[in-house]
Design a protein around this ligand. Structure first.
Ligand code: ZN
Length: 192
């Protein structure tokens, strides 16, 4: 995906010294990149929705029927809250390194504050918060750039249109172990 100003402007921190509230920074050869304040805002929006999903009473969970594109137009039943929470955890686990993953688990999933995390992980306060910012920026970018269904914008995840999705697996040509021959019974002319 291409990051542009209309994408980042609403998410940028107005007092940001790097992007001056525009949400974009200019990199090498004039390429534009999202500012870290935008990436952190995306992560926080997804994290807030994740907390809402997991803290909601289970009897309030709703089942939805989503139409699938295709010839037969059949739908698929799903639980969007649970799917979002699972995507949030699994994408984070896949993206982060092992040390980052431990901080993510203690601080974001288990809710430990910085003092508890620093004691448990043997870190000082400065390194801990640098790591937390790095995790937020890394995940914010992945949550937005994820294909075909990104976690952000959150409303699109829950209420957006369904997309044509094809399998990421390569088609496999199955070769039979024995060559298949058609058995044709030809009547013997001599006995007929
Ligand atoms: Zn910024």
């Amino acid at each position: 995906m291409e990051w542009n100003r209309s994408e980042t402007l609403a998410l940028a921190a107005p007092a940001c010294n790097i992007c001056l509230g525009l949400g974009l920074r200019i990199g090498r050869h004039g390429a534009t990149h999202p500012c870290n304040c935008v990436l952190r805002a995306i992560f926080r929006a997804c994290f807030d929705r994740f907390r809402e999903s997991v803290s909601r009473e289970k009897y309030m969970s709703r089942v939805t029927l989503d139409p699938l594109p295709g010839r037969d137009r059949r739908g698929s039943w799903g639980r969007k809250d649970e799917e979002f929470a699972a995507d949030f955890c699994l994408v984070s686990k896949r993206t982060l390194t092992e040390p980052e993953n431990r901080i993510f688990k203690y601080h974001f999933l288990l809710g430990a504050d910085w003092k508890l995390c620093c004691t448990k992980l043997g870190m000082d306060r400065g390194n801990f918060f640098h790591a937390v910012y790095r995790i937020e920026q890394k995940l914010g970018r992945v949550f937005r750039e994820l294909e075909p269904y990104s976690l952000f914008p959150v409303d699109d995840y829950f209420h957006g249109p369904s997309k044509n999705v094809s399998s990421c697996l390569e088609p496999v040509n199955v070769v039979p172990i024995r060559p298949w021959k058609r058995q044709v019974s030809v009547p013997d002319q001599r006995t007929a």
